[in-house]
Design a protein around this ligand. Structure first.
Ligand SMILES: Cc1cc2nc3c(=O)[nH]c(=O)nc-3n(C[C@H](O)[C@H](O)[C@H](O)COP(=O)(O)OP(=O)(O)OC[C@H]3O[C@@H](n4cnc5c(N)ncnc54)[C@H](O)[C@@H]3O)c2cc1C
Length: 429
């Protein structure tokens, strides 16, 4: 039976970039599987008017090989969009266009397979067996490989019990566009959270408030609706140099650093906050009271449905005051957590080293660290990396560097050159 060099589990931007870079310039035999029917990048959050939060240069391949045929610029060229993008005059492309670019690359690549759920990975000592459920054909097939790369992304984090409420009434931000038409037919809508998704949904609804007649509320547990730090020198923590520095710190030092650099990771893009404030200001001219509530310092604790409306129990935690309010729709923009398949824990939980009960040990090249030091078929992970590789763990701009390291290590040569020492900041001695 054929043995692949590398099998990728999940095809989001991270593994898709790896698929592109290995296809174009390496002798590695690779194959990638995704459980979705076709390529899709956060389809429930492709809100019109929103842009990617990184430059178009942080596409799937440019940092490794600007001459690749899978660059965003080549996508534009193929789709007769170069002149419009040139005149668009922005480094950040529309979110919908990023999704379309990724889909174009996925469709071009022969090694990306959808409708294929990886339901098990078995370690056979000198290779892995990857068990794939090709659900459309109702066939389960095993594939053998030397190395695997876990790229299963993240899954919604829902901090309150939603079991007894209808998913039409209470849903996670990742589902927003699927519910939006239904949501705006209601009289009272509440958004929870203070990240970019919460702000984008709040603004999208705010714009519709004068056409549809609803009240809009926005709550967050955070102390404020704060701006993400996008200062240029600060952004140098989203570079391979900082990843290298961070990775060699001790586990407690790394956790400390994550706290210190929270303003670079958590918060809302300045322009989204400006748009929201300006719209509120314009609408309130003449002292008009607005059907809007905006309140930080407030934790949503429970939601129940009594009669037609939802009753939400909340606490203003700084004052220690509990209160209740009624709403029709509750949108939880409460973030994501790493998506680690169940089989991972049963198959590998005991074999690998952990830094604490949730965070596995990951080495410099994104490999899990096996207790058996002779273990030479690697298990790479592109998910759950914050504690090991820092602030940029889920940043698209660093995905290419990760893939460069994986390709160079598995081939044993420099297929793509890693660019270090090209920034202005130095982090350690
Ligand atoms: C709404 C949103 C906007 C974002 N915008 C930005 C941004 O502007 N800039 C930025 O730097 N970062 C952004 N991020 C963060 C990050 O870049 C994205 O989350 C990115 O999609 C992560 O890519 P990924 O490849 O890890 O995972 P994902 O895109 O989550 O893809 C994982 C894939 O794995 C598949 N999968 C899971 N389990 C299995 C299995 N067992 N078998 C087969 N397939 C499986 C899933 O179907 C999925 O397609 C954003 C995140 C979100 C949620």
């Amino acid at each position: 039976m054929k043995i692949y060099d590398l099998i990728g589990i999940g095809i989001g931007p991270y593994n898709l970039g790896l698929a592109a870079l290995t296809t174009e310039r390496s002798e590695l035999e690779t194959i990638f599987f995704d459980q979705n029917g076709q390529f899709a990048w956060h389809p429930g959050m492709l809100i019109e008017g929103t842009d990617l939060q990184v430059s178009f240069l942080a596409d799937l391949v440019t940092f490794a090989n600007p001459a690749s045929k899978y660059t965003f610029l080549n996508y534009l060229h193929h789709h007769d969009r170069l002149y419009p993008f040139f005149l668009f005059h922005k480094f950040e492309m529309p979110r919908t266009e990023y999704a379309a670019y990724l889909k174009w690359v996925a469709d071009e690549l022969p090694n990306c397979h959808f409708q294929s759920t990886v339901q098990d990975v078995i370690d056979h000592g000198d290779h892995y067996e990857v068990v794939v459920n090709h659900w459309k054909e109702q066939e389960v097939t095993s594939y053998l490989t030397k190395h695997v790369v876990l790229g299963t992304g993240s899954t919604p984090l829902i901090p309150i019990d939603t079991e007894n409420v209808d998913s039409e009434d209470v849903y996670h931000s990742s589902q927003y566009l699927y519910h939006k038409d239904h949501t705006i037919q209601h009289k009272h809508i509440t958004v929870v959270g203070s990240g970019q998704s919460a702000a984008e949904i709040f603004y999208d609804l705010l714009k519709l408030q004068d056409r549809y007649d609803f009240e809009l509320a926005w709550y967050t547990r955070s102390p404020g609706f704060l701006e993400l730090d996008s200062s240029k020198l600060g952004q140098e923590t989203f570079t391979p140099d900082y990843v290298n520095y961070f990775q060699q710190l001790s586990f407690p030092e790394r956790l400390d650093s994550l706290d210190h650099l929270g303003h670079l990771r958590n918060g809302i893009d300045g322009s989204t906050l400006h748009h929201i404030f300006d719209l509120l200001y314009h609408r309130s001219v003449g002292g008009k009271s607005l059907p809007v509530t905006i309140q930080p310092l407030t934790e949503i604790q429970k939601v129940t449905k009594l009669g037609k409306q939802l009753t939400v129990e909340a606490e203003q935690w700084q004052q220690g005051k509990d209160f209740q309010f009624q709403t029709d729709q509750l949108i939880l923009a409460t973030g994501y957590k790493p998506n680690i398949p169940d089989w991972f824990y049963s198959r590998f939980g005991q074999k690998i080293e952990w830094e604490d009960d949730k965070r596995y040990k990951v080495d410099q090249n994104f490999k899990l660290v096996f207790k058996d030091k002779q273990h030479d078929h690697h298990f790479y992970t592109l998910t759950n990396l914050e504690h090991s590789h820092g602030t940029g763990a889920t940043n698209l701009g660093l995905a290419v560097d990760r893939n460069i390291r994986i390709i160079n290590e598995t081939t044993g040569k420099t297929v793509y050159e890693q660019k270090l020492g090209t920034i202005f900041t130095s982090f350690g001695l």
